[in-house]
Design a protein around this ligand. Structure first.
Ligand code: PLP
Length: 406
């Protein structure tokens, strides 16, 4: 029989534990490089000006109310999200072979995709994750009963991509496996394949008949250019893959707590593709109904206003450049300071890596000293959120790193 006493305490989520420890640290010069959320130059959350504008318009819109959205979400939001991710002139849209549902941000989209594959894939294939990957991937896919595999991703020597290892593992995976790929700004490493490397990955995946599952949580955040950050997805669609995409608007709109995202399934081209797509949409709707009934309206309304209004869209692109530009400045600033100090080791990877995170190469022991002695908080794998750095703490952080590395 079930008894409450029989349930053991679960370990604290490492990232949220880190945030709590940071909050409770009274030191004035403490630095938070843990959570992957954008901060401005004063280490404060930043509401995008374009989001504020859309938000005001929503508040003053007398036609809106608090009724349920439909199961699939706000149609003008999902249609715009679709265009953003595969490109507005994509054959997948033209041929009606992409179906999209609004989800509980990127996490909900990853989950819905995992659940769908575990229910409908006839062979129960293994799903391969990059090593390392976003920690939540393991839990989400395990929860829906998928078996997991890994492919190498990060080279400790070069602090760049272990491309040969990655390709070999993808080649070695049983035919028809699901391969999870970070579309851009890989979390936690900040290392992405080049376009040439993506092409080779696609070639191997085609040979092995693998199914690509893209996780896209940072579109516009990596390069500051929305189309460039979706290049890999659009290339795979062009190459006629059947695939799915989990899309988050948490980071690129700063809508973290509003849980705004979408799940897209692209069926391979063919005479029956639009029919297949409709069937998939109907099954996804059933899954969604049983899990969340219908997604939350607020964030989707904001994103939808911006995505569907050309003037606001331009403002959004400028806001994205503000965020990605500041992060790039911090990368340059950190590398420069470490090199000026002659801090042992090479620091080129700080500017080679892109997006929200940098995999510094600092060891678990060094991370601990940074926390205990310097009040600098980061995950123990040595990942730092670049957005936590700013013009006020960059010198201090460089000094701290220098001291623990020597
Ligand atoms: N996927 C990756 C790789 C991420 O880094 C994140 C956020 O950190 C997510 C998905 C999902 O984020 P959210 O559910 O907040 O959209």
């Amino acid at each position: 029989v079930f008894t409450a006493q029989a349930v053991a305490a679960a370990p604290e989520d490492p990232l949220f534990g880190l945030m709590k420890a940071y909050r409770e640290d009274p030191a004035e010069n403490k630095v938070d490089l843990g959570i992957g959320a954008y901060r401005d130059d004063n280490a404060k959350p930043w509401i995008l000006p374009v989001v504020k504008k859309a938000d005001n318009a929503i508040h003053n819109d007398p036609t809106l109310n608090h009724e349920y959205l439909s199961i699939g979400g706000l149609p003008e939001f999902t249609a715009a999200a679709q265009k953003l991710i595969v490109g507005s002139d994509s054959p997948a849209i033209r041929e009606k072979r992409i179906c999209s549902l609004q989800t509980i941000s990127g996490t909900g989209a990853v989950h819905l995709g995992g659940l769908f594959l575990s229910k409908f894939h006839p062979n129960k294939p293994s799903l391969y994750l990059s090593s390392p990957t976003w920690a939540n991937h393991h839990q989400i896919f395990t929860n829906v009963g998928l078996t997991l595999g890994n492919y190498p991703y990060f080279s400790k020597e070069t602090k760049g991509l272990d491309f040969d290892g990655m390709l070999q593992a993808i080649q070695g995976a049983p035919a028809g496996s699901v391969i999870l790929l970070h579309a851009c700004a890989h979390n936690p490493t900040g290392v992405d394949p080049t376009q040439e490397q993506w092409k080779q990955i696609a070639t191997v995946m085609r040979q092995k008949n693998h199914f690509p599952f893209f996780d896209c949580a940072y579109q516009g955040f990596a390069s500051g250019d929305l189309a460039r950050d979706a290049w890999a997805i659009q290339y795979f669609v062009e190459q006629r893959f059947e695939l799915c995409v989990a899309q988050s608007f948490a980071k690129n709109f700063g809508l973290y707590g509003e849980r705004t995202g979408a799940f897209h399934f692209v069926s391979a081209p063919g005479a029956d593709a639009s029919n297949a797509s409709a069937h998939i949409a109907s099954q996804l709707a059933i899954l969604q109904r049983s899990e969340i009934s219908n997604p939350p309206a607020y964030g989707a309304r904001i994103a939808s206003r911006v995505l569907n209004d050309p003037a606001l869209f331009k403002e959004w692109e400028a806001d994205l450049r503000t965020m990605s530009g500041r992060i790039q400045e911090m990368r340059k600033g950190l590398r420069l300071r470490l090199e000026k100090r002659g801090t042992p080791g090479s620091w080129a990877h700080i500017t080679d890596q892109i997006g929200m995170f940098s995999f510094t190469g600092l060891s678990e022991g060094q991370v601990k000293v940074l926390r205990d002695k310097w009040h600098v908080y980061m995950t123990k794998n040595g990942r730092i959120s670049m957005a936590g750095l700013n013009s006020h703490n960059l010198d201090y952080f460089a000094e701290a790193v220098d001291s623990v590395v020597r």
